[in-house]
Design a binder for this molecule. Structure first.
Ligand code: G6P
Ligand code: MN
Length: 439
């Protein structure tokens, strides 16, 4: 069988051990000859590289591990490029969240003004990465895990339309695992249907293998005292538990479909702003939690020079990304939630929108499975959200203040043009050196 080279852009991230452990678990399906980490954060890159070298060696793998800050070099001869970039780091995530909250708006990584700011910092970088990949490793597949995913996917659709790119998100899978557990089923024994955009959509059907529709039963459980059964997939902090429990709030108002967790920000922005701690946000939780514990564990292992006899608690959290690489490598036509260009899939929406729905992945990438006519209300919500995404890309690439203002005005978490202008100016001020100049 072919041996593979995998590059991780953003390789110093605290998510890297989870992805690498998944690669190890699935080494039979995707034997790994070489792992290349690339990052701009020299210090943590060195730490992650040393840690992974020890991990592979002590677990008996022959995989070579290298690391570099030079992106072009990291693409040479590679088969897969996984991207998980965060331009400006968690420090800028903290700013996005806090600036938004200071102005009475949803302060969140990918939704609302925070998502807009994150996108403005990242759009040009993802385009460069995709272009570099095409030039240096034309056969390689770029599997993007980077956020805000739908806006980056739109940027790539627009600027590098014929690239080998996939855009994937773990949120639907985590929610499906929880919904399956709530119904008392294994995930693989259920067939879900979904329409929407990334971080913005609805489950419309959940059937078991006998074809029995279970959505009504799930709704009844979610609306009852019992609620959602949570599963451990990195989403067990209190803030995530609260996010999952808000699915119930969404169902109380619009019971026909099960909303994706992220709809809470669009349905209930005022409640979220009121409830969130404005001084200690999710970025703070992640900095003090996952980031700290992962780097501490890596440091301990690097210092000891071995994992033998050491606590090694980092789980395989990267199965989602690795499963998609396997589907490409082995041309499996496996069923996944995919982000693709609409091209008639949602029959009553524009062809040139990036949408999220179920589809298959094979050696040629992802395609949607089913044509769906979107009911009026959901169609309008999606169209506004997608137009926000498109205008954000245009604002960034054209340096247009007016388009940025239009984008934020359309975002359902922003109530007025005055508020949109106020938050835009505050974000420009807080993102000096990151945003393009907006005229
Ligand atoms: C979910 C989303 C990801 C997002 C992550 C943030 O898993 O699908 O797109 O990056 O949440 O999680 P965090 O633990 O960093 O708040
Ligand atoms: Mn996601």
């Amino acid at each position: 069988m072919k041996n593979y080279i995998v590059t991780i852009v953003g390789g110093a991230s605290s998510y890297t051990p989870g992805i690498v452990k998944s690669l190890m678990n699935k080494n039979k399906e995707i034997p790994l000859k070489k792992l290349i980490l690339q990052d701009v954060d020299k210090e943590n890159l060195e730490l992650m590289g040393q840690y992974l070298k020890i991990l592979f060696k002590d677990k008996g793998y022959t995989t070579e591990v290298t690391w570099t800050t030079d992106r072009e070099k990291s693409f040479e001869n590679t088969d897969f490029i996984f991207t998980q970039i965060r331009t400006g780091g968690l420090e800028m995530r903290e700013k996005d969240e806090k600036i938004s909250l200071q102005h009475g708006l949803v302060g969140q990584e990918t939704c609302g003004p925070g998502g807009f700011a994150f996108a403005m910092r990242t759009i040009k970088e993802i385009i460069e990465i995709t272009k570099d990949a095409k030039r240096i490793a034309p056969k390689a597949w770029v599997i993007n895990y980077s956020n805000p995913l739908p806006i980056l996917a739109e940027a790539v659709r627009r600027e590098v339309p014929d690239s080998n790119s996939l855009f994937i998100c773990d949120m639907p899978i985590v929610q499906e695992l929880a919904m399956a557990a709530t119904l008392g089923y294994k995930h693989e024994d259920l067939i879900f249907e979904y329409f929407g955009l990334n971080h913005f959509g609805w489950y419309t059907s959940i059937k078991n293998k006998n074809g029995e529709e279970l959505l009504g039963k799930l709704r009844d459980i979610l609306l009852s005292e019992k609620g959602m059964t949570m599963v451990d997939f990195g989403h067990l902090d209190n803030s995530w538990i609260s996010t999952f429990s808000n699915i119930k709030e969404g169902l109380k108002v619009f019971p026909e479909y099960i909303p994706l967790t992220y709809m809470q920000y669009y349905y209930f922005p005022e409640r979220i702003v009121k409830k969130y701690n404005h001084n200690y946000t999710r970025a703070n939780e992640v900095m003090d939690g996952r980031r700290k514990s992962v780097y501490e564990e890596c440091s301990r292992i690097v210092e000891a020079g071995t994992i033998l006899g050491m606590k090694d608690s980092m789980d395989a959290h990267g199965d989602f990304i690795v499963n998609q690489a396997i589907a490409i490598a082995h041309n499996t036509k496996g069923r996944f939630m995919v982000n693709v260009v609409n091209n008639g899939t949602f029959t009553n929406l524009d062809d040139d929108m990036v949408i999220e729905t179920f589809g298959t992945i094979d050696a040629n990438g992802a395609i949607a499975s089913k044509k769906i006519e979107i009911p009026k209300f959901y169609k309008a919500l999606m169209y506004a959200q997608n137009t926000f995404e498109k205008l954000t890309v245009e604002a960034c690439l054209e340096g247009s203040y007016n388009k940025a203002l239009q984008a934020l005005t359309l975002n359902p978490t922003v109530p007025s043009v005055d508020k949109a202008k106020e938050i835009l100016d505050a974000l420009i001020d807080g993102n000096k050196g990151y945003f393009p100049t907006l005229n």
